[in-house]
Ligand binder design. Structure first.
Ligand code: ZN
Length: 134
């Protein structure tokens, strides 16, 4: 695993949170993206070399809707950059980690992604992400 790619924050109202984080960083988000398969709307901010992803649910059965219901707004996941996501999934499964996604899927921001189950990572939801190479 390489660096932290981004930190995901679950929000109720992404428009209001875009304003809030714009004030915080002194710079607006650089991208908004709907990920229909996950039932989320995302926006991305740069903060120096790091990124913050805001996530708002777009449907009631979205994982973000469930998270907000249970825990309220706050840090939702930490994403780590990997070179070869399929190999990394294989390696982690061999190490005994439970995956939410057994194979990589297309995520926001031109990435292949897979989530680990937080039950096997001390309650932290971890996302692997690999750049999609053309
Ligand atoms: Zn993410």
């Amino acid at each position: 695993m390489n660096k932290i790619e981004h930190i995901g924050i679950a929000v109720k109202d992404i428009e209001a949170s875009n304003e809030l984080f714009r004030s915080l960083f002194g710079e607006a988000h650089y991208k908004i993206e709907d990920v229909e398969s996950e039932g989320v709307k995302t926006s991305f901010f740069k903060c120096g070399p790091n990124k913050i992803e805001l996530l708002q649910a777009t449907s009631e059965d979205s994982p973000i809707a469930k998270f907000l219901e249970k825990k309220g707004e706050g840090i939702h996941h930490i994403a780590f950059a990997v070179e070869d996501i399929e190999n990394e999934i294989k390696r982690l499964k061999k190490e005994g980690f439970k995956m939410i996604h057994e194979t990589a899927k297309k995520g926001a921001d031109n990435k292949l992604i897979a989530f680990l189950h937080p039950k096997s990572t001390n309650g932290v939801l971890i996302e692997l992400c690999q750049d999609i190479r053309e």
